[in-house]
Design a protein around this ligand. Structure first.
Ligand code: HSE
Length: 404
């Protein structure tokens, strides 16, 4: 018998309790021992819930119970969750987490601690919700030299962009829908400003390239600057606006990672990823391109990934399930500002000014554009500094990369 405790009975935590209860027979068969939920830690009580008798308010009850071997951390954030994760690992318990903020900030330290204690620290649900991505990346693609990971990593912003593109909905109305469906973070600015996607690309890059990458090393831009005008200009050149997290391994071994809105060719696989779905493209020298696709947010898809990790940890109680990467450092990353990209620009100015400043640029049009607005795609690739220098009198309103 393996006893489990869940920390945090919110959307994901309650989903985990439901999946453990609903699929108990199947889980026990696969793990070859009963897996039982013993405690739920939360500051609240849940009168009337089928799990109300499991609720405790004091973490030390779980920490000091030697029969609890697996702790599920679905609290979120990097304060209380960090403290409890350290204490659970130190007490010799495996920890399964959906907490991307904690892994992105403290993954290296927590994996080291898990290794010292001979237990597992698993977090498949922290990236891509229900999509199996971390395990394939660390195990199934291990024979490859990986060169790039790029994807739509946030369901809330993809939902918002899809609703703007397909239905002309305002940003605010689309965000309300995403929140009502339980996709958004408690504070939706983490989604909207790209911080959630940033944490996820940090985790993906650490697994793909073997060194910890901290969120503050990853320039991050969200979608709050994307307007319906940009959506219309993108459509006019057969492209869609998508928020992408990218991490590219440069020839010198450093990693160029960033999060930003991009114009993506409407026929490209990533452009077809809509609503709350996520997709992650991985490039490897032997495998070429692989794409992982599925529901990137939501209670049950995320809970399904957590429970799969619980089952994996339960099977490896004696042997420890191994994920690891090396320490972070300033030498690990390189800024995207050092590299040339093709750009989409919407600006206040004239078409004549664009033709002079950007010879060969493709001018774009949209119905109802104000007379003083211009939009264009640069003819070729240039660094951000070269773009800014060329703008001259043109006053930029939106500037996004074009995915090559
Ligand atoms: N808020 C996140 C998203 C949840 O929208 O993708 C899943 O990590």
């Amino acid at each position: 018998m393996v006893n489990v405790a869940i920390l945090g009975f919110g959307t994901v935590g309650s989903g985990v309790a439901e999946v453990l209860a609903k699929n108990a027979e199947h889980i026990d068969q696969k793990v070859e021992t009963p897996v039982r939920l013993k405690y739920i830690l939360d500051v609240r009580d849940f009168p009337g819930s089928p799990f109300e008798d499991k609720v405790v308010h004091d973490f030390s009850v779980i920490e000091n119970d030697p029969t609890v071997e697996i702790v599920v951390e679905t609290i979120g954030g990097a304060t209380v969750a960090l403290d409890y994760t350290r204490r659970a690992l130190s007490a010799g318990k495996s920890v399964v987490s959906s907490n991307k903020e904690l892994v992105a900030e403290h993954g290296y330290e927590l994996l080291q601690l898990a290794a010292q204690k001979g237990v597992s620290y698993l977090f498949e649900a922290s990236v891509g919700g229900g999509i199996p991505i971390l395990r394939p990346l660390s195990q199934c693609l291990a024979a490859n030299e990986l060169t790039e990971v790029c994807g739509i990593l946030n369901g809330t912003t993809n939902y918002i962009l899809t609703r703007m593109i397909r239905s002309g909905l305002t940003f605010e109305a689309a965000l309300k829908e995403a929140q009502a469906n339980g996709y958004a973070e408690k504070d939706p600015t983490a989604d909207v400003e790209g911080r959630d996607a940033c944490r996820k690309i940090c985790i993906l890059a650490a697994i793909a390239f073997g060194r910890h990458i901290y969120p503050q090393q990853v320039p991050t831009e969200g979608i709050s600057g994307v307007t319906l005008a940009d959506v219309a200009y993108a459509e006019s050149c057969n492209r869609k606006i998508k928020l992408l997290g990218r991490a590219v391994k440069e020839p010198d071994g450093r990693v160029c990672a960033y999060v930003a809105p991009h114009l993506v060719d409407a026929e490209a696989p990533l452009a077809g990823v809509e609503d709350v779905f996520n997709a992650i493209m991985v490039k490897g020298d032997a495998i070429g391109d692989v794409m992982f696709y599925g529901r990137g947010a939501g209670k049950l898809p995320t809970a399904s990934a957590v429970v799969a990790d619980v089952m994996d940890a339960a099977r490896h109680i004696q042997s420890r399930k191994h994920i690891e990467w090396g320490p972070g450092g300033e030498d690990v990353t390189v800024s995207p500002d050092q590299f040339p990209f093709r750009w989409y620009v919407r600006a206040a100015g004239s078409a004549a000014a664009v033709r002079t400043a950007f010879p060969g640029a493709a001018l774009l049009s949209r119905p109802g554009a104000p007379a003083e607005e211009v939009a264009f795609l640069t003819a070729g690739a240039m660094t951000r500094a070269q773009l800014d220098a060329a703008l001259g009198d043109l006053r930029p309103l939106s500037v996004f990369r074009v995915l090559a």
